[in-house]
Write a protein that binds this ligand. Structure first.
Ligand code: BG6
Length: 509
C-alpha cells in the first residue's frame, strides 16, 4: 500500500530535539542499560535529536572504570545494531560524555558525592541545571534510590527554570500496596508531572497508532462498542524463555504480573477508552484510568473458570522451566496466563475481553483482534456460506506490524457463495524507513517533558487493582491448576475453553 502523500511527512514534521541535560542512570551496568537505554541514546544522537550538551553519569555497584564501562556499552551496541553498522564517530562523541561512579543504592552517604559530580558535569557541559534521574536498577532498590536522591537534594533542578525529572522502570511494585508505597516515596520528592513510569509498549509505533486509528478516522471507532463487538482478544506470545539471565526475577513475578498488569492492560485501555478531548497527555491518561477502573476482573470462585495458568516443560530443544537458572525446582510460577475480563460501562457491558501471554510458545507474536458480531438474520444469512467468519479488525504489533480488516466477499461465479477476505495495511510497505525503537521515543519524550506515553500514579494503581484479586485467589486456592505445556506449543489446551464454546478458538492472524 503506497503512502498517499509521499514526502509530506518530512516536510511538515520538525524533528523535536532534546534539551541539554545531565542524565543520572542508576543501574548502568545492567542488561537493560546495555541493550536498550544506551543504544536508544546513541540512535537519538545519530539522528541529531540528542543535544550535544547531554552527559550521562552512570551509577552502579560493579568495580569497573569508566573506560571499561564505555567499552562494554560499545560492544553491546555493536552486537545489537543488526544490519546497520554503528557510526563510530557518533558513538565516540557520545561515549566521551558517559562517566561511571560506583555507588550503592542504599548508601545515603554516597549520594552527596554523586550530587557534587552531577553539578560539576553540568557546569562542564552547560546542561543549564537540567537533570533526568533514570532508575533502572533491580526493582528492590527503586525505593532506596528515590529516597536517597531526595536526601541529597538531587530532586531539585540545578538552576532556576531548569527541570529535575524521574524515570522509573518496570516493574512498578509487585502488588497494589507496594506500588502505593513507591508512589508515596516518589510523591514526597517529585511533582507527578516530573515522574515518568515506563511501559515500553507505549513507545511502540503500532501502539501509538491505536489512538490515531480510533480517533483520527471516521470509520472505526463508531463500531467499537457492545452493539457490534462480540469479543476482543489480546495476545502477546514469546518464543523465548529465561535466556539464562531472567530466571531469578521471573520466578518471583510470573506472566500475570510481568506482562498482563502493564503491557496488556495498557493495550486493553487504548483499544477501549472513551474519546479524549485532545491528545495532550492528561485527557488521554484520564480516560485510560476511567477505563481501568471499570474493568471487572473475576473474583472468588470465578477465578478458576475465567483464568488459565500454565508453565512450560521441555520441548522443541528447550529445557523445562524448572531447570532454568534461578528458578526453583518445584516452582509454581506461571509462564503462561490467560484471563477473561469484563468492562462495566455502557459502551462495553456484555463484551468478553480475553488476554493471553506466555513464554516459550510457538513463536513471538503480539496482536489485538476485535471480533465483530455476526448478522443473526439478514439477506445473506441463509446463503451457502460455510466458510463465512465474523468480521475482524486485527492490529498486529509483531511480526508484520500493521492493521487488517477481515470481511466477507462474494466468491466470483454463479453460486451465491461468500468467503472471508482481508484488507491490509502493512507499516513497512506504507511508510519508508524503519520505525524507531520504543526506547528512543520514550527517552526523547522524558527529556522533553512529555508524559503521554508514561504511566500515571493512579493508572498503575488501577492496574494492580485488577491483578491483585486474581493473584490472591490463585495463591489461596491453587485453582485453576497450573497446566504444564510443551515448549514450542501454543500453551495449555485449557486456554481455548475460556472462550466459551467448543468451536471457538483464539484468533491467529
Ligand atoms: C518485558 C517483560 O516488560 O517485556 C519481558 O519483562 C518480556 O518478560 C518483554 O519479554 C516483551 O517485550 P517485547 O517488546 O519484546 O514484546
Amino acid at each position: 500500500m503506497a503512502q498517499l502523500t509521499p514526502g509530506l511527512d518530512a516536510a511538515v514534521a520538525e524533528p523535536p530535539k532534546s534539551p541539554p541535560c545531565v542524565i543520572v542512570l542508576f543501574g548502568i551496568t545492567g542488561d537493560l542499560a546495555a541493550r536498550k537505554i544506551v543504544p536508544a541514546l546513541y540512535n537519538l544522537a545519530r539522528q541529531g535529536l540528542l543535544d550535544e550538551r547531554t552527559a550521562v553519569l552512570g551509577v552502579g555497584r560493579r568495580e569497573i572504570t569508566s573506560e571499561q564501562l564505555r567499552q562494554r556499552l560499545g560492544e553491546a551496541l555493536r552486537a545489537g545494531s543488526g544490519k546497520r553498522p554503528v557510526d563510530e564517530k557518533v558513538w565516540s562523541d557520545l561515549s566521551e560524555r558517559i562517566e561511571y561512579v560506583i555507588a550503592h543504592a542504599d548508601r545515603a552517604d554516597q549520594y552527596d558525592e554523586l550530587a557534587e559530580r552531577v553539578a560539576e558535569l553540568d557546569a562542564d557541559i552547560g546542561a543549564g541545571g537540567n537533570r533526568l534521574h533514570y532508575v533502572a536498577t533491580s526493582p528492590e532498590a527503586f525505593d532506596a534510590v528515590v529516597e536517597n536522591i531526595g536526601q541529597a537534594g538531587m530532586h531539585r533542578p540545578g538552576a532556576e527554570g531548569a527541570f529535575a525529572r524521574l524515570v522509573v522502570e518496570k516493574p512498578f511494585g509487585s502488588d497494589l500496596s507496594s506500588a502505593q508505597a513507591l508512589n508515596a516515596t516518589i510523591a514526597e520528592r517529585f511533582d507527578e508531572r516530573d515522574v515518568f513510569r515506563i511501559d515500553h509498549y507505549l513507545g511502540k509505533e503500532t501502539v501509538q497508532n491505536i489512538l490515531v486509528l480510533r480517533f483520527a478516522n471516521a470509520v472505526f471507532d463508531p463500531l467499537l462498542n457492545n452493539r457490534f463487538v462480540e469479543r476482543v482478544e489480546i495476545t502477546t506470545a514469546e518464543g523465548e524463555g529465561m535466556e539464562g539471565r531472567r530466571g531469578r526475577y521471573y520466578d518471583r513475578t510470573g506472566a500475570l504480573r510481568d506482562m498482563v498488569q502493564n503491557h496488556m492492560l495498557q493495550l486493553l485501555a487504548l483499544v477501549t477508552m472513551e474519546r479524549p478531548e485532545c491528545i495532550g497527555c492528561e485527557p488521554v491518561r484520564d480516560r485510560k484510568v476511567e477505563l481501568l477502573r471499570a474493568v471487572r476482573p473475576p473474583t472468588g470462585q470465578d477465578v478458576a473458570a475465567r483464568t488459565v495458568r500454565g508453565q512450560y516443560e521441555a520441548g522443541d530443544g528447550a529445557c523445562d522451566y524448572r531447570e532454568e537458572e534461578g528458578v526453583a525446582p518445584d516452582s509454581q510460577t506461571e509462564t503462561y496466563a490467560a484471563v477473561r475480563l469484563g468492562i462495566d460501562n455502557d459502551r462495553w457491558r456484555g463484551v468478553g475481553f480475553y488476554l493471553r501471554t506466555g513464554k516459550r510458545l510457538a513463536r513471538k507474536a503480539a496482536h489485538i483482534v476485535v471480533v465483530f458480531r455476526r448478522e443473526a438474520s439478514g439477506p445473506f444469512t441463509d446463503e451457502a456460506c460455510d466458510l463465512r467468519s465474523p468480521n475482524r479488525l486485527v492490529i498486529r504489533l509483531y511480526p508484520d506490524e500493521g492493521i487488517s480488516l477481515v470481511f466477507d466477499a462474494k466468491v466470483p461465479g454463479m453460486r451465491p457463495l461468500l468467503r472471508p477476505v482481508r484488507m491490509d495495511f502493512p507499516y513497512e510497505a506504507a511508510f519508508d524507513g524503519g520505525s524507531p525503537e520504543a526506547y528512543e521515543h520514550l527517552l526523547l519524550d522524558a527529556l522533553r517533558g512529555e508524559p503521554l506515553s508514561f504511566i500515571r500514579s493512579d493508572e498503575v494503581e488501577a492496574a494492580w487493582r485488577i491483578i491483585d484479586p486474581i493473584k490472591i485467589q490463585w495463591n489461596k486456592t491453587g485453582l485453576p491448576t497450573l497446566n504444564r505445556y510443551a515448549s514450542g506449543s501454543w500453551g495449555p489446551a485449557e486456554s481455548d475453553g475460556l472462550l466459551g464454546d467448543a468451536y471457538t478458538h483464539w484468533q491467529s492472524p
